[in-house]
Design a binder for this molecule. Structure first.
Ligand code: PMP
Length: 430
């Protein structure tokens, strides 16, 4: 691990030089979407300027060039998560990937797949397990799948400190469990979840595992085959890449056995008017014209991340998280969500400011050029567990500095005073 020079890295991200409300931009909203280095902007523009063409079916030179760039991008992004190119399906993002899996399993349940797809079929009373801390993207597709198939949804609960309750998981995951979907890192808590333990519980009952790696992919070294999950999703725009591109990783035998979700051009071998044969993965899951420019942009993004080094990024962001956590703990009225002692985390904290609505706090910070997220961050059930409807979330990336964190902490120290909240007042209002 070598120290990361975030101050120099910032020159690669043109937007970080922007002024916001008369202040230098302090961007602490990378968990929602990350900023993009020039290398990513250039890669997409160069492709559109010099090689733009639809892939896979052109007889002309540009089509061949575009196909090479597109498939090179697949190999690069697959390699980034420890996978082979044919194990990476392009999607428009994590939400699309999770829906793809949920609908493919629904299709397997309808008998719409090769005989091997029967292993995914759900019978009424079978159980789908998620956790209490999931992003809505990893919750609602499973609610819908349960409603369509008669399967029952169950949840691994979270403890008061935000960690998953593994004792409870051992009883939630049982004989009827067919699928376990959970996040690697929560987008609200920043805690790295115990993937190996959950995978072991799922494998012991023969359940398929689906990992939401959105909030780990940009921040930690990620080897999906080594984690042992069957399927995993991530979003390009959260890992320095473009919007509308993401990945679905699958174990070879799992992707091989899954029926398609979207159908149409590009995913077939032979077509008759009354039936069709499908290509093997990954093309079986990539119906229609592909997001070639975004895929090439995402490959440039992961090359950038690899150039800096994921170990270095994790160490840098962990140090920022520690500095931010220590500072926030010392501010009267601030309550951190998921402040689990000793937990491995990424550089992200959500918190509540007693007596001040998260939206007011967010606007106060914005007036000083500090960009944070406010609301339930698409994890309403988890906020309900903490007894609140909204929180403020500050999230870092490799380009944040100690100075960013200190400016943020100074501003947070001023929130309650600005809104005239004192402990006595808050008590009187309660
Ligand atoms: N899962 C997690 C943990 C997330 O943080 C997000 C984005 N906030 C998503 C899923 C959904 O990603 P996207 O909207 O890019 O599909």
């Amino acid at each position: 691990i070598s120290p990361l020079d975030a101050v120099s890295l910032r020159a690669d991200f043109p937007i970080l030089a922007e002024q916001v409300n008369g202040h230098r931009l302090v961007y602490l909203d990378s968990a929602a979407t990350s900023q993009k280095p020039t290398a990513v902007l250039d890669a997409e523009r160069d492709f559109l300027t010099h090689a733009n063409s639809a892939v896979h079916r052109g007889a002309h030179t540009l089509a061949a060039e575009a196909t090479d760039l597109f498939e090179d991008a697949r190999a690069t992004v697959a390699g980034f998560v420890g996978a082979q190119p044919e194990q990476l399906v392009w999607t428009s993002g994590a939400t699309a990937g999770l829906n793809l899996v949920a609908y493919a399993i629904g299709n397997a349940t309808l008998g719409r797949g090769a005989p091997a797809s029967a292993r995914f079929a759900l019978a009424p009373g079978d159980e789908i397990v998620t956790t209490a801390i999931e992003h809505h993207a990893n919750l609602i597709p499973w609610q819908e799948l349960a409603a369509r198939t008669g399967a029952v949804l169950r949840h691994i609960p979270a403890r008061a400190d935000g960690t998953l309750d593994l004792d409870a998981a051992a009883s939630v995951i049982g004989e009827r469990t067919r699928l376990v979907a959970f996040s690697h890192v929560s987008n609200v808590l920043g805690i790295v979840n115990p993937v190996a333990e959950i995978v072991a519980l799922a494998q012991a009952v023969g359940a398929v595992t689906v990992l939401d790696a959105c909030q780990s992919a940009p921040h930690l070294p990620l080897d999906l085959p080594a984690l042992g999950v069957d399927l995993a999703v991530f979003s390009g725009h959260k890992m320095l890449g473009p919007y509308a591109i993401g990945g679905l990783y699958g174990r070879a035998d799992v992707l091989e056995a899954l029926p398609p979700f979207l159908t149409g051009g590009s995913m077939i071998t032979t077509v008759a008017l009354d039936g069709a044969e499908y290509l093997p993965p990954p093309q079986r899951f990539e119906a229609g014209t592909q997001p070639v420019g975004p895929a090439i942009g995402l490959a440039a993004a992961v090359r950038y991340l690899e150039g800096v080094g994921l170990e270095n990024i994790h160490a840098h962001e962990s140090a920022l998280a520690e500095r931010m956590g220590a500072g926030l703990r010392g501010i009267p009225g601030v309550r951190l969500l998921g402040d689990a002692p000793g937990a491995e985390r990424v550089g992200l904290w959500s918190f509540d400011v007693a007596g001040v609505h998260a939206h007011d706090a967010g606007q106060f910070l914005d007036a000083q050029g500090i960009a944070v997220r406010v609301g339930h961050h698409c994890a309403a059930p988890l906020h309900r567990q903490f007894g609140i409807t909204a929180s403020v979330r500050a999230s870092t990336a490799l380009y944040n500095t100690e100075d960013d964190v200190d400016l943020f902490l100074d501003a947070v120290r001023g929130i309650r005073g600005f809104f005239g909240v004192t402990d006595e007042l808050e008590g009187a209002n309660a």
